[in-house]
Design a protein around this ligand. Structure first.
Ligand SMILES: [Zn+2]
Ligand SMILES: [Zn+2]
Length: 154
């Protein structure tokens, strides 16, 4: 790990005072949610389960509190998949968009940032689980890379 690529200030969460409420929706628009401000940094997750779930090189994720999160439409259209013991990924059964993942024992939800509508006001600060990165994808951004795990919380 190259220390010069890990500016400490980049790993803190700074939510602008004027940050709007976060809203998100699935591809078909049948499922919608509202969430409070981020409680952890935004990061790009390269773990194999994220890659498979999203059919993508990585999934950009961000934590919010369970309290303050609510489905505003289409909760009955949700399916879920337990991708690791105790971790559930929730998706729209109509269009397949993954919206949220959560560990059963945690009071936070992990938003799949690609389904957020508008600008949540924060930016990615790290790549995580790069030990499971797709061999065909080269990380070009100057962000810290963590072999495993989540970006450190402030
Ligand atoms: Zn949908
Ligand atoms: Zn992941």
């Amino acid at each position: 790990m190259d220390g010069r690529r890990r500016p400490a200030r980049a790993l803190t969460v700074t939510v602008p005072a004027s940050a709007p409420a976060i809203t998100g929706s699935c591809l078909c628009g049948g499922v919608r949610y509202e969430a409070g401000p981020p409680v952890g940094p935004m990061g790009h997750c390269h773990c194999q389960t994220c890659r498979k779930a999203h059919g993508a090189a990585f999934s950009t994720t961000m934590r919010v509190a369970r309290e303050g999160f609510r489905w505003t439409c289409g909760e009955d259209r949700l399916g879920s998949f337990e991708s690791s013991p105790g971790k559930r990924r929730s998706f729209c059964r109509n269009c397949g968009s993954h919206l949220v993942a959560a560990w059963d024992h945690e009071d936070q939800l992990i938003l799949r940032v690609g389904c957020i509508d508008g600008d949540p006001g924060v930016r990615p600060v790290a790549h995580i689980w790069t030990s499971q990165k797709a061999p065909w994808y080269e990380i070009g951004e100057d962000l810290p890379c963590l072999a495993e795990g989540r970006p450190p919380s402030p």
